[in-house]
Design a protein around this ligand. Structure first.
Ligand code: SAH
Length: 450
């Protein structure tokens, strides 16, 4: 029986969904933050629950062969990257293994799982950064939240972000310090600048800076605009967003354009997208192309098919599919996302798309009742997976193929098991690394009607 506060040797065998190491002591599962498979360590047991415990590394006996010095000196403090201390190819292997194990264990799915598609350069891949702003002794601090807290780790540079961010951060620091601009304090709810958000079009080089303020009046606005113009290459848009609520949500209701356009442009493949301050856009455009091209390949379109894109968001997959399908019908619960999807279809001159706002579990059965059917169905649900009503309607409409894009292998496994029980076979599965150095894994699965 394990004892709390006692020290044990352990070998880390696996990584959990938040990037924590997992090993066993006397057959009992222990989670070890910072441990990676192959590490032999000594841990002190911090807590014990019925089925598992948590241990803290107090001594490294023998490091894993996959352990590396992370490129970022803040990797252990900042909450952003959980497995940056693991060699990149080992990260890709462990992600494949996780998908494999979960599909087998939860879904009893027996299929081909390909090696994870990774990035050639797994750094500087994010197109959106959010910097909380604080102040210590008259010095502005901008950076990222510490693991599990709201303390800001001060930094000019993040290795997974576009390098343009350091120019934005430096300029904002300079503006705040030079003109003694106040920054927001979560406790007193006083002070002006709350967050700085940047968005970058990777294909176009266009940059948007969003300044989130607690109140409307932004002093010395013109000086700020001039400074950003001078220092930030590709600057196309400066936007102020006002959030005077006591909340962890970054954006408030009102948005004002201070300079340039209210949106920037980016491309994924040949498709053009408008990105505004608050619109959703995939954060890794390079891997989005890889993932959605795989989805398109799995859909095996000839140009004659009617396709459903369920949980379509701003229609990124829908537009990919529309280039090769007769018609694409997208369904999504957020109204502004559907407006973006329609606008994106429009600017790409794709007139074979139709979008519906509503809960998929309500809209899909209604559309089917009206006689609409998909020859191919693509789903890209949130972490909780597909609603059973959606799956039920899919199997009743009997499409030739179902392409399942998933950000959570556990719900993917559950839903594949449902579809396999009702006449579909999982032909192949492709994990894609959308977020290098984090524990996330995205997966696309191809199912065919038996
Ligand atoms: N492929 C999309 C992203 C999908 S993310 C894109 O590229 O934009 C999952 C989407 O499902 C989110 O946009 C979310 O708003 C939507 N969603 C969540 N619950 C839903 C429901 N019950 N019905 C329809 N859409 C839902």
């Amino acid at each position: 029986m394990l004892q709390k506060n006692s020290i044990y040797p352990i070998e880390i065998e696996d990584i959990g969904h938040s990037g924590e190491g997992i090993g066993r002591i006397e057959g009992f599962t222990v989670f070890v933050e910072g441990g990676i498979p192959g590490d032999q360590v000594r841990v002190k047991i911090k807590s014990l629950k019925k089925n598992y415990g948590e241990g803290r590394i107090i001594q490294m006996i023998k490091p894993s062969k996959d352990r590396i010095n992370p490129i970022c000196h803040l990797a252990n403090t900042c909450g952003g990257c959980q497995i940056m201390h693991m060699d990149y190819s080992a990260q890709l292997d462990i992600k494949k293994k996780r998908v494999e194990q979960i599909l087998e264990r939860i879904g009893k799915i027996n299929t081909t799982i390909h090696p994870t598609l990774g990035m050639e350069n797994p750094y500087e891949y994010r197109n959106k950064a959010q910097f909380p702003v604080g102040m210590i002794k008259g010095k502005a601090i901008l950076g990222f939240y510490k693991k599990g807290s709201h303390d800001i780790v001060d930094t000019n540079y993040c290795h997974i972000q576009s390098p343009i961010n350091k120019d934005v951060v430096k300029t904002m620091r300079e503006y705040i310090e030079k003109y003694k601009i106040t920054v927001y304090d979560e406790k007193t709810r006083k002070g002006l600048i709350r967050h700085v958000v940047t968005k970058v079009g990777f294909a176009t080089g266009e940059v948007m800076v969003v300044i989130i303020t607690n109140g409307k009046d932004l002093p010395l606005k013109n000086q700020l605009i001039e400074m950003l113009q001078k220092n930030v290459k590709g600057l196309k848009s400066i936007v102020q967003n006002i959030n005077d609520k006591s909340t962890n949500v970054i954006f408030g209701r009102e948005t004002i354009t201070l300079y340039g356009e209210d949106k920037i442009v980016d491309y994924i493949g040949d498709l053009k997208f408008h990105i505004s301050a608050q619109s959703f856009f995939q954060v890794n455009p390079i891997q989005t192309k890889v993932l959605y091209e795989k989805a398109l390949e799995y859909a095996e379109l000839t140009g004659k098919e009617n396709v459903f894109d369920i949980y379509c968001g701003i229609g990124t997959i829908s537009l990919f599919l529309a280039q090769r399908a007769k018609k694409v019908i997208g369904v999504e619960v957020i109204e502004t996302a559907i407006r973006d999807a329609e606008e994106n279809a429009d600017i790409n001159n794709l007139d074979n798309t139709e979008f519906y706002v509503g809960k998929a579990e309500e809209v899909i059965p209604q559309l089917y009742a009206k006689g609409m059917k998909g020859d191919v169905v693509v789903v890209d649900p949130p972490r909780k997976g597909c609603d059973e009503k959606v799956l039920e309607t899919i199997v009743t409409m009997k499409p030739e193929r179902v392409v399942y894009v998933s950000c959570n292998p556990a719900t993917l496994a559950r839903d594949l098991a449902y579809l396999e029980e009702k006449g579909y076979k999982t032909v192949e599965v492709q994990p894609v690394d959308m977020f290098p150095h984090t524990a996330h894994v995205e997966t696309v699965a191809k199912l065919s009607k038996i």
